[in-house]
Write a protein that binds this ligand. Structure first.
Ligand code: CA
Length: 355
């Protein structure tokens, strides 16, 4: 029987691995200012954004600290990394990123954000790499911006903050960005957003809409919509990253696989068709998983066990869950030294092409 609450021993001061944190949020001041404006003017008809960012654009100390931290690519962020034993961050545009805005506005904001991110990385190339934002509802420009971000700016993949104004990307018309990712040999990080307007209502009045639970429901649903749509039959080398130990999907592996095999073998559902492989195969061969927000060994080890040691990566979820003690809890995991190095360092180097 394990302890009821995870032990948080001090972190290893000189571990035999670098710690690369792979789901670390950043937001440029221009987008922060737009969020503040949208909240103040009550322009946005998206309950999840209004509840979450209504709080984080407010006056509490927690909100002010998060706003300071998330906009920094300089001394504040580096000091926090040094103070928590993080050697490198894989930076991405914080949820919901540009996906709150109309497609054309989002396209322009994504380009500007990617330029600023690349400039910030260039000042600390040994501490940061980053992922490119794009405007999902502007499919051709999304693909072009991902290509520009990777080829011209040196970014290492794309960031998709789940639904965009209630739209999921399982519709083929949004697939050019996935086609580009596969061709460029870079992953797309499918990061949470608050649940879409269609699904959020029963979460809201009990404050279950955000990181406590809603993020996982929303993002796990999006991942499964992509899977059952046949996305990975079209782009078999495409790699999607899921945080938070896979938004619980590895735990559901057996049942998702069993039931999807059964459902897709009938003609009951016009939008569900048999796939070339089983759901189990896609979840093991087309997805990587990170530990963001989970400073607890059992689910990390579970993903390593059922998916593979080579597909489980470390992430902190800075600054949203900046709890330096969690680093010590994961340093102390009872796994082989090779598995621990794969988790903290080697898998990230390979996936994000970090020299
Ligand atoms: Ca996050």
């Amino acid at each position: 029987m394990t302890e009821r609450y995870p032990a948080m021993p001090p972190r290893n001061p000189s571990p035999p691995y670098k710690r690369i944190a792979t789901e670390e949020a950043w937001l440029p001041p221009e987008i922060m200012d737009l969020y503040i404006k949208e909240i103040q003017e009550k322009n946005i008809n998206e309950p999840g954004f209004n509840q979450l960012w209504g709080f984080f654009t407010g006056d509490s100390e927690l909100a002010r600290n998060h706003r300071r931290r998330i906009q920094s690519l300089g001394d504040d962020r580096i000091a926090d990394m040094d103070g928590s034993g993080i050697d490198m961050q894989v930076l991405s545009l914080s949820s919901p990123g540009v996906q709150l805005f109309d497609p054309a506005t989002a396209t322009a904001l994504a380009a500007s954000a990617n330029d600023q991110l690349a400039e910030g990385i260039a000042k600390h190339p040994d501490r940061y790499v980053g992922l490119a934002a794009f405007s999902p509802l502007d499919p051709d420009n999304a693909a072009k911006e991902l290509e520009r971000g990777v080829s011209k700016l040196g970014l290492r993949g794309g960031i998709l903050n789940s639904h965009t104004l209630g739209t999921y990307l399982d519709d083929e018309k949004y697939w050019p960005v996935f086609e580009a990712a596969e061709a460029l040999d870079v992953p797309i990080y499918l990061h949470p957003n608050t649940p879409s307007p269609q699904m959020i209502e029963p979460f809201l009045n009990r404050a279950l809409d955000a990181a406590v639970y809603g993020f996982a429901c929303e993002t796990g649903l999006h991942a499964l919509r992509l899977l059952v749509s046949g996305l990975f039959d079209r782009f078999p080398k495409l790699q999607i990253i899921l945080g938070h130990c896979g938004e619980a999907l590895p735990y559901w592996l057996y049942r998702v696989d069993f039931m999807h095999t059964r459902i897709s073998s009938t003609d009951r559902h016009p939008n569900v068709r048999p796939l070339k492989r089983r759901a189990w195969d896609y979840l093991c061969d087309n997805f990587y998983y990170t530990s963001s927000g989970v400073g607890w060994a059992p689910p990390v080890k579970f993903v390593q066990d059922v998916v593979g040691v080579d597909r489980m990566l470390y992430a902190m979820d800075y600054p949203w869950q900046f709890v330096p003690e969690e680093v010590g809890a994961l340093d102390a995991m009872d796994i082989t030294e090779d598995a621990k190095k794969a988790f903290f360092e080697d898998n990230a180097r390979k996936l994000f092409k970090i020299a």
